[in-house]
Design a protein around this ligand. Structure first.
Ligand SMILES: Cc1cc2nc3c(=O)[nH]c(=O)nc-3n(C[C@H](O)[C@H](O)[C@H](O)COP(=O)(O)O)c2cc1C
Length: 245
């Protein structure tokens, strides 16, 4: 196994950090790594906001559901889909632009996810750890106000980053059998695969919580999907200038 493969397969989200800052030189390297991710048509439809200000971190922690690790991490980052630079490129050339529709939004969100994950892998190679924060989408308008995000810029996910002060267990993933299909999608494998995954996850949570929790993945999904989530997002995106046509 290559060192990089080993590093990637050892990933765990980290939510407790040492009181140790991250060298600026390391951070700059992480940004350069992140930027090296592939990008659809090289549009590079993303921006990263490095949040240093404690008040801003506190406010973001609050709106993300009081996630303590946002307050306490030495570095917090906001990964944003950024169509503003695409729009500006057209304006600089006095050209009309067609930015509306789902396609450009997908381009921006995919680019942003690739950049964020590449950043985290690079960070982990320096002995850092982190956790993505989707909780920021609880109130994207407020995030936008705090970070002064212009039109056409959508916060996708945050990341709390620092030197790990915990060593959590690796979370089991779905059996490869229902993740990778050869030639055609093997629908008949899904229920047996998920049944097996229920057994694995239930055992994992039982051991990890000393018997307190033992729900399997499908049960956790029924809870996750019981209600519609973050319905304000569509309106937020429209208000940012992107018509979802
Ligand atoms: C886009 C995204 C958003 C996430 N949001 C949160 C979050 O708001 N809070 C949190 O504690 N973990 C969050 N996570 C972390 C996931 O819960 C975690 O990656 C998953 O449970 C798998 O665990 P692992 O990363 O330790 O393997 C998020 C992960 C992703 C990819």
């Amino acid at each position: 196994m290559t060192d990089t493969t080993k590093l990637i397969q050892e990933h765990r989200s980290i939510r407790k950090f040492k009181d140790k800052s991250i060298d600026n030189e390391i951070l700059q390297n992480l940004f350069l790594s992140a930027q090296s991710a592939s990008s659809s048509h090289n549009v590079q439809a993303y921006s990263i906001i490095l949040v240093k200000d404690q008040e801003k971190k506190d406010s973001i922690s609050k709106l993300a559901g009081e996630q303590e690790w946002i307050k306490k991490c030495p570095v917090f980052l906001m990964f944003c889909a950024d169509l503003y630079k695409m729009k500006t490129a057209c304006e600089m050339n006095n050209a009309p632009y067609a930015l509306d529709g789902i396609e450009n939004l997908i381009v921006g969100i995919v680019d942003t996810a690739l950049v964020a994950q590449t950043f985290l892998i690079s960070a982990e190679s320096y002995g850092l750890g982190g956790v993505f924060i989707g909780g920021i989408r609880n109130d994207t308008a407020k995030v936008s106000e705090i970070l002064q995000l212009p039109e056409y810029v959508i916060p996708v996910a945050g990341m709390a980053l620092g030197y790990p002060d915990e060593n959590p267990w690796k979370k089991p993933r779905q059996p490869l059998d229902i993740v990778v299909h050869e030639d055609t999608y093997k629908i008949d494998k899904i229920v047996p695969g998920l049944t097996e995954y229920d057994r694995i996850t239930s055992e994992y949570y039982f051991k990890r919580t000393d018997g307190d929790k033992d729900k399997g993945w499908t049960q956790l999904m029924t809870e996750y999907l019981a209600d519609e989530r973050r319905l304000h997002l569509k309106q937020f995106i429209i208000e940012k200038g992107i018509k979802i046509i």
